[in-house]
Write a new protein. Structure first.
Lengths: 290, 248
């Protein structure tokens, strides 16, 4: 029984982060058909913002807010500076641009900060654990669940209740028609990048919280996770991204839990084999768009 | 009101416009006829700002539309009901209509127009909170028209509104268009359904191979063109082009 609860909590906390990451990626993909490969670097930027603020007397929550804002600003800025000029040209041009932006950010971190890992400040709460019903839980895990689910609820409300949110959903479904109704392309794309960056910033706090450090290549794993989760869930739908995130977490935690110790090092291979298998049977992902 | 002068345009590599000139006067209901692949939709997409003309002029109420993106065209007062309706199936009926009114800021007017649409299209009024994807083809067509009207356009452009509808619903759509016209709306109607279109329009253009082949009142067109050939052209184009739409 206890092990089952532990398993569920693990899946829920990892899955919530995966879902947020996937959502940030699919939001931009839905509108532009662009897989933003610079998405992982937003997490890196949030991490370095925390690191750079670590000597300051600011309370941690303020630092965290700054980190989230930095990721959001970086996302919006890359759209303005890098993606917008090539948007009308071709999808390939945008894709290559996203690789360029990713490389640029990573190299900037290498050059101006350090190739080695840097410690990021974390609140004491992150390393504490509490006992509930005789079981030990990391506060960080529970916080990740609560914050992620609040984000999902907030995000759902935004998409359903506000005109801008409705326009975003419409644009993800049929961008041309949405523009013909008068919704400016730059507005929806800008907002999509802003939300994408915001989600990356929130994810970064918990993602970095696991190792308490940041380095130039830190964005790669979350990018792959987000990408696999969206492909798994279905690239055409926002719900799919969330479903994909939780399913991927279920597979990851499941493999970690049930795989014999000798094979745990190969867990990525097992996870991706499972992903390939699922996609063989459902190439359009678990949740069909439209 | 709307004036196209010698408009040339490329759409992918297939359908091109080779000098299209069209005039729509205020209050008119003008038809744009032609076979499948003649360039009707390309003409509309060029007006809507989706396709940039390579040559020629498009003016609306005396102002050039050249180089304006789609989101600005609708602000000039041109609303589009595209081919295939293109409603947003995952949004509710009301959300679709809300986006139709995106360019308008006045909330009171929006509420008023929303109610009016509910009266003009009772089916939509009953299903405001249902997702649009659950509507039937005819209901989706009504929604597409209602959505366009929500922007309070000066010119309404309809691209094959009768396509894929049962005959009874086709009549209903044509009656609606005639009614909107009587109420003072300026309309540009693209259709393959030649007979019914000529019954309600003031003037019509016959397009073929990206050019205007003939224009005039319905009587003039009927006198000079064998309307059967327009149908035949459509049938042949549909078969040859393999677009799978079949004959009208």
């Amino acid at each position: 029984m206890n092990e089952a609860i532990r398993f569920i909590v693990d899946v829920a906390s990892l899955g919530s982060l995966y879902a947020l990451m996937a959502l940030g990626l699919v939001l931009v993909y839905g509108i532009l058909r662009l897989v933003n490969f610079a998405y992982g670097e937003l997490i890196m930027i949030a991490g370095y913002t925390l690191y750079l603020l670590s000597g300051s007397p600011l309370p941690w929550l303020v630092m965290a807010a700054c980190a989230v804002v930095a990721a959001l600003a970086a996302s919006v800025l890359t759209e303005r500076v890098a993606f917008r000029p090539v948007r009308e040209k071709s999808l390939t041009a945008m894709l290559i641009t996203s690789f360029a932006v990713s490389t640029l950010f990573q190299n900037a971190a290498l050059l101006f900060i350090s190739p080695r890992a840097r410690l990021v400040p974390l609140p004491d709460l992150f390393s504490e654990s509490i006992v509930i019903g005789g079981m030990l839980f990391f506060v960080r895990e529970l916080l990740a669940i609560v914050v992620s689910i609040s984000m999902l609820v907030l995000f759902t409300a935004l998409l359903n209740r506000t005109v801008l949110g409705i326009a975003l959903r419409a644009a993800a479904d049929n961008f041309r028609m949405t523009r013909m109704l008068g919704v400016p392309a730059n507005l929806v794309i800008g907002v999509a990048f802003a939300i994408s960056g915001f989600l990356a910033g929130i994810v970064a706090l918990f993602w970095l919280g696991r190792t308490a450090s940041v380095m130039p290549g830190i964005g790669l794993e979350p990018l792959i996770v987000a990408f696999v989760a969206t492909v798994l869930g279905g690239m055409q739908s926002l719900v799919g991204a969330v479903v994909g995130g939780y399913v991927l977490a279920l597979m990851t935690v499941g493999i970690n839990t049930f795989l014999p110790q000798a094979l745990v090092d190969y867990r990525q291979a097992f996870t991706f084999s499972l992903v390939i298998l699922i996609l063989l049977f459902r190439p359009e992902g678990l949740v069909r768009g439209k | 009101m709307l004036e196209l002068k010698d408009v040339h345009a490329q759409y992918g590599a297939i359908v091109a416009l080779r000098g299209v000139s069209i005039h729509v006067a205020e209050g008119d209901l003008v038809g744009l006829l032609g076979a499948n692949g003649a360039g009707k939709t390309t003409t509309l997409l060029t007006i809507a700002g989706v396709i940039k003309p390579s040559r020629g002029e498009i003016t609306f109420r005396g102002v050039s539309l050249a180089g304006l993106p789609p989101e600005m065209i609708v602000r000039k007062g041109i609303a589009m009901v595209p081919e295939g309706r293109e409603i947003f199936p995952t949004l509710t009926v009301q959300q679709n209509l809300r986006l139709g009114a995106f360019i308008r800021r006045n909330r009171v007017e929006y509420r008023h127009d929303l109610e009016e649409m509910g009266e003009l299209f009772p089916i939509l009024g009953e299903r405001m909170h249902q997702s649009a994807g659950t509507l039937s083809g005819g209901e989706q067509q009504q929604l597409a028209i209602a959505r366009a009207l929500m922007s309070r356009p000066r010119l309404l452009i309809l691209d094959e509104p009768s396509l894929g509808l049962a005959p009874r619903l086709v009549d209903q759509v044509f009656r609606l268009i005639a009614r909107l016209r009587r109420e003072g709306m300026t309309i540009l109607l693209v259709e393959q359904n030649v007979i019914q279109t000529l019954r309600i329009v003031d003037r019509a253009y016959l397009i073929s191979m990206g050019q205007v082949e003939m224009s005039g009142t319905p009587e003039e067109l009927k006198r000079h063109v064998d309307m059967e050939s327009v149908y035949l052209g459509a049938t042949v184009a549909a078969r040859g082009g393999g677009q799978g739409r079949g004959a009208p």
